[in-house]
Ligand binder design. Structure first.
Ligand code: NAP
Length: 310
């Protein structure tokens, strides 16, 4: 039987792995489909303490993984949890079709990209519609072309700024007339000569002109009702995230949006199950807070295991 199974391998999951591994609990980390989590889709991380010049997101996550492995964490790549049974002790997980029994679980399953929900968006995904500038921005189809970014947060600003390396120009379409992003990111974005904000506007359709690739987007001004078309080769959607918690619905307490509700010390309503990171935090959502929560979850899991031995 496992002592600790960690679901997810982003900042929260790998920090929980470092701490539980150093406590000689030999945690099993199930990476899921995206080892390293969302941070691997970021270019430079400028606000993780300890890196004065910033650090590449993938590099940061690889360092964390190696740090966890150095102390005995076992990383199972690509492994996803198909089902859970938290009705008794031990806790049971079905992982890639096999049953795994464990005394504790740390849920650090993170969050995925929110979609606009347009039919044309789904149809043209990977044909010019994308949710990750770092992953796709350098593709030949986007080089020296006009591109559209949707959103007004830090992600949208980061994507728009990153895309200026490749695009002829970038339209930043936002549904309000001010950005939600932090001041430094907003300023960097709005003063960039290649970025043009399109305020109070919503993308209502992605256009392909019968070519099976993005050729433009239809935009509606929500103040005037006016519709216009922006010609572009790519639509980069950066409108926030949805927590990856569907598997735990009905078992672990969560809010209406699906964010797990932690109690004191990252505990959940199920004994032995702890939570950390973006799957439970819609307020801070930073790499460093996710790491902090992963640390707290690991320490509480360790204390819980010690209490079982008494
Ligand atoms: P976010 O802060 O939640 O911003 C989402 C943006 O998308 C908002 O501007 C929102 O508009 C807009 N939006 C939401 N749903 C929409 C819809 N259906 N249609 C059109 N627009 C929609 O998400 P985020 O930018 O991904 O950032 C998430 C967290 O990560 C934040 O805490 C952020 O600080 C952090 N982050 C930090 C960095 C960094 O520091 N380097 C980089 C990336 C992300 P409204 O403004 O009108 O609500």
């Amino acid at each position: 039987m496992e002592k600790v199974v960690i679901i997810g391998s982003g900042c929260a999951g790998l920090t929980a792995a470092i701490y539980t591994a150093r406590a000689s609990l030999e945690p099993l980390v199930l990476t899921g489909a995206m080892p390293g989590g969302l941070l691997t889709t970021t270019s430079i991380v400028e606000n993780y303490p300890g890196f004065a010049k910033g650090i590449d997101g993938t590099e940061l996550m690889m360092e964390m993984q190696q740090q966890a492995e150095r102390f005995g964490a076992r990383i199972q790549f690509g492994s996803a949890v198909d089902a859970i049974d938290f009705s008794g002790s031990p806790l049971k997980l079905t992982v890639d079709g096999n049953e795994v029994e464990t005394q504790t679980v740390v849920i650090a399953s993170g969050a995925g990209h929110r979609h606009l929900g347009l039919e044309s968006e789904a149809k043209l995904e990977k044909k010019g519609v994308t949710y990750c500038a770092t992953c796709d921005g350098a593709l030949p189809m986007f080089r020296d072309q006009p591109l559209v970014v949707v959103g007004g947060g830090d992600s949208a600003c980061e994507e728009a700024t990153y895309l200026t390396r490749f695009a002829s120009n970038v339209y930043l379409v936002h549904r309000r007339d001010e950005l939600r992003a932090s001041k430094i990111m907003a300023e960097r974005t709005l003063t960039h000569e290649k970025i043009e904000p399109v305020w109070n506007s919503e993308v209502t359709e992605v256009l392909d002109a019968g070519q099976d690739k993005v050729t433009g987007v239809k935009v509606r001004n929500n103040q005037t009702g006016d519709e216009s078309t922006l010609d572009c080769a790519g639509l980069f959607i950066a409108i926030g995230h949805v927590p990856n918690t569907q598997l735990f619905r009905g078992v672990i307490d969560m809010d209406d949006a699906g964010y797990i509700l932690p109690k004191r010390g990252q505990e959940t309503n199920v004994a032995g199950v702890f939570v950390a990171g973006d799957c439970s935090d819609h307020v801070y959502r930073q790499a460093v807070t996710a790491a902090g929560q992963g640390c707290a979850a690991a320490i509480e899991a360790e204390r819980y295991l010690a209490s079982l031995d008494q």
